[in-house]
Structures are given as C-alpha cells and as structure tokens.
Design a protein around this ligand. Structure first.
Ligand SMILES: [Mg+2]
Length: 222
C-alpha cells in the first residue's frame, strides 16, 4: 500500500525538528465528530444508532427506520465536512494536552478527509489553538505514518479512533506506540480491544500522561 501523491506532497512539506513525534488523528480524537454529525443527521432526516462500531449499517432513516447504504453514508459525510464542521468542538482536554506535549514533541495531524476540505480543517485547528501541520490522507494510515516517522525523531506515537487505521499502523510497525483513542463514550464502550497496541483510552489526561512518561523513559535511556 503506498501513499497517495497529494498526501506524499503534504508530508514532504512538513518540517520536523527531530524531537519525538506525535501523529494524531482529528475527528473523534481532537475534535468531536459523532455529536455534531448526529445533529446534522437529525436535521437531514436520519439518525445514528450505536449498535456497533462504525457508521455504515448504523444510520437509519427517521421516517421508516431502514438502514442506508454505504454510498449514501459517504454522501452525508461529504456534506457534513463541506458545510457543518464549524459545529465540531474540541474533545475535553485535547487542546491543553497537545499544547503541553508541544514542549517536548513535534505534533502532526493526519486526518482522512477529502483534500478539498484540508485548508478549512487546518484553519479551524489554528482557531482552537493547535496550529500544527495538517496532512489529509486517504485510505489506511500505515504508509503515511511510516513516511512521517522516517523524517522525524523517536519515539513515534500514533493516535486514532478508527480500528482500521490502528491496525494499519500497527501492522506497518510505523509507530513505537499506537494509541486507540475514542472520545465518544458509547463508541468507546462498543469498540473491540485491539492486540499489540500501547493504550486504549477516552481520556486526554491519561493519554497525555502516557505519552509524556514514554518520552521521559526514552530520554533516560538515550
Ligand atoms: Mg477519526
């Protein structure tokens, strides 16, 4: 699996200092996603039923309760990112934790998002006080994290809510510490534990402390 060319270009433009590297997803890790997306769905005549982890199969029409197909889920997501992302608020503790980590690490946001929305997303993160580089990716994140890690310092941390992204980065051995972070409590409870990762969390206090301790331990060893 390779990196899409537009993603590779963005990665090449990222300047890293050689300090430890934190590669962090955005939706449902730094910015709330499920809540605002549910509001958007309700306004559009749909609802999310948290029966299992994921969106496809869990979005129903309000009028007849039928689940909608993946293509329509994709269309709703696209509309949401085009029109509604201003409703996304920071996840509790995320901004403070990242700002504290910036003292000891490089931070890069790696977000699976249509590239047309990348700049809006980056401006929004700046407005929230986390002005770190934003890379818009598509597909599995393992290859993109591998590229970032190749030019950054160690240790490398990767945070994401999506099990497929977690597995992709774990299997690519692209990060030293893989952290499965799901802010939404219902989905955190629904998600299956994944083997071979460093931490599963829905708390930025716990996650920030974990990253800080791992950096301290690596610094002592060096
Ligand atoms: Mg996400």
């Amino acid at each position: 699996m390779s990196v899409a060319s537009h993603t590779a270009e963005q990665i090449t433009a990222v300047r890293l200092s050689g300090r430890p590297l934190v590669v962090c997803d955005v939706d449902e890790v730094v910015l709330s996603f499920i809540g605002p997306f549910e509001t958007y769905l309700a306004d559009s005549g749909f609802r999310l039923v948290a029966r299992s982890y994921g969106l496809t199969g869990n979005i129903e029409r309000l009028d007849d309760g039928t689940a909608i197909a993946q293509a329509e889920v994709g269309r709703l997501l696209d509309e949401f990112f085009a029109r509604e992302t201003a409703r996304q608020r920071p996840v509790e503790g995320a901004i403070d934790a990242l700002a504290a980590l910036e003292a000891v690490a490089d931070i890069v946001f790696l977000t699976n998002l249509p590239k047309a929305y990348r700049d809006t997303r980056a401006e929004m993160l700046v407005d929230h006080g986390v002005p770190y580089p934003v890379v818009a990716n598509e597909g599995p994140k393992g290859p993109a994290v591998g590229r970032l890690a190749a030019t950054g310092g160690r240790p490398v941390f990767f945070l994401d809510d999506s099990p497929s992204n977690i597995v992709s980065v774990r299997d690519a051995a692209a990060a030293d510490h893989v952290i499965h972070f799901v802010a939404d409590r219902r989905f955190f409870d629904l998600v299956d534990p994944i083997d071979g990762i460093a931490l599963r969390s829905n708390s930025w206090t716990e996650t920030g402390d974990f990253i800080r301790a791992a950096i301290d331990a690596a610094t002592r060893k060096a």
